[in-house]
Design a protein around this ligand. Structure first.
Ligand code: PBG
Length: 329
């Protein structure tokens, strides 16, 4: 008969000893809240993301107040561009009076302590919905796109963004953005690089939210976003972005890529973030709406999983609810 020298269940017996030996914890400090902002008045629901709304700048300020009150460290801002402002050269992306830039200024003047992270990528601004500028064959041209991304990042920094987050996956953009920020005196602007971003079908609801899915049609982003089968390649991407001046790196999507989060943390020991993307949110919401899953328990468990995998924080559409649930205990 097997001897039971170590009864693993001893420490699990009571709440006090379970709490003492818990290795990873989730707090509001770990949460970044992605928000969609539009030109229209008020709020508009995003059908494929129940509970998520596109917000006017006024509505955004009210959300920011809640986030700030819940001690969420930062918001990640995603503008919805009106169709008539989209173009082949995405010029609206670096309009100092653009929606994103106005939203940044409004947030920083009202809630200076709340971090503002902006998405650096051209997809909300291109008429075809790709993250960059294309040639006649529809291929996204790297270096021309990098020049545009630099203009966009500078415009965000001038408006007061604390963190610029390039999510486009062009080569060399971190070095170019870092150099331009330094030259323009923005020495405090942090770069959160979407270093390991996969060509994922889990972004579908996000593309509905920003209104790029129609333009994109059946096209995909696999000539610049990574193949879901690859892990070594993610380490090379991260190494390059750190070398080029990124302060933090991101792995995206989240839950199907927790091995990449763990490997990134173990390999580089730098701040690593994960994005629980729109499709992951939609799955949990849909199952909860059907009564198949307990939303609160499953969302908190998924978020804790990111921490255990090595993430320093998570971009999540559950951020406000999660912070409230954590507060309630
Ligand atoms: C665009 C961008 C995307 C997301 C964040 N920034 C979509 C894409 O790459 O097509 C997805 C976020 C989500 O699905 O929640 N550069």
């Amino acid at each position: 008969m097997a001897r039971l020298d170590t009864r693993m269940r001893r420490m699990r017996r009571d709440d006090f000893s379970r709490r003492l030996m818990r290795e990873s914890t989730l707090t509001a400090d770990d949460l970044i809240y992605p928000v969609f902002v539009h030109e229209a008045d008020g709020r508009a629901a995003v059908p494929s993301m129940p509970g998520v709304e596109r917000l006017s700048i006024d509505a955004l300020l009210r959300v920011a107040e809640s986030a700030s009150e819940l001690r969420i460290p930062a918001l990640a801002l995603f503008p919805v561009t009106a169709p008539e402002a989209k173009s082949l050269d995405a010029i609206a992306a670096w309009d100092d009076d653009g929606l994103c830039q106005r939203a940044i200024r409004a947030l920083k003047s009202r809630f200076p302590e709340l971090g503002v992270i902006t998405d650096v990528a051209l997809d909300p601004y291109t008429s075809h919905g790709q993250d960059g500028i294309t040639d006649d064959a529809g291929y996204v041209v790297n270096d021309v796109t990098v020049d545009a991304l630099v203009q966009q990042a500078l415009s965000h920094a001038r408006a007061g963004a604390d963190v610029v987050a390039p999510s486009d996956m062009m080569d060399g953009r971190i070095a170019a953005i870092r150099e331009a920020l330094e030259a323009d005196g923005h020495v405090h602007t942090r770069i959160l690089s979407y270093a390991a971003k996969y060509a994922s079908a889990f972004y579908g609801p996000f593309r509905d939210a920003v209104g790029s899915s129609g333009a994109l049609g059946k096209a995909d982003k696999s000539t610049y976003q990574m193949d879901p089968g690859n892990s070594d390649e993610a380490m090379r991407e991260i190494a390059q972005d750190l070398d080029q001046g990124a302060d933090m790196v991101m792995v995206k999507p989240g839950m199907p890529y927790l091995d990449i989060v763990r490997r990134a943390k173990d390999t580089f020991g730098v701040p690593v973030f994960a994005y629980q993307v729109s499709g992951e949110y939609a799955m949990l919401k849909a199952a909860a709406a059907n009564g198949w899953l307990d939303e609160r328990k499953c969302a908190l468990e998924a978020l804790l999983g990111f921490k255990r995998a090595g993430a320093d924080g998570v971009l999540t559409y559950f951020a406000l609810d999660a912070a409230r649930w954590l507060r309630e205990g």
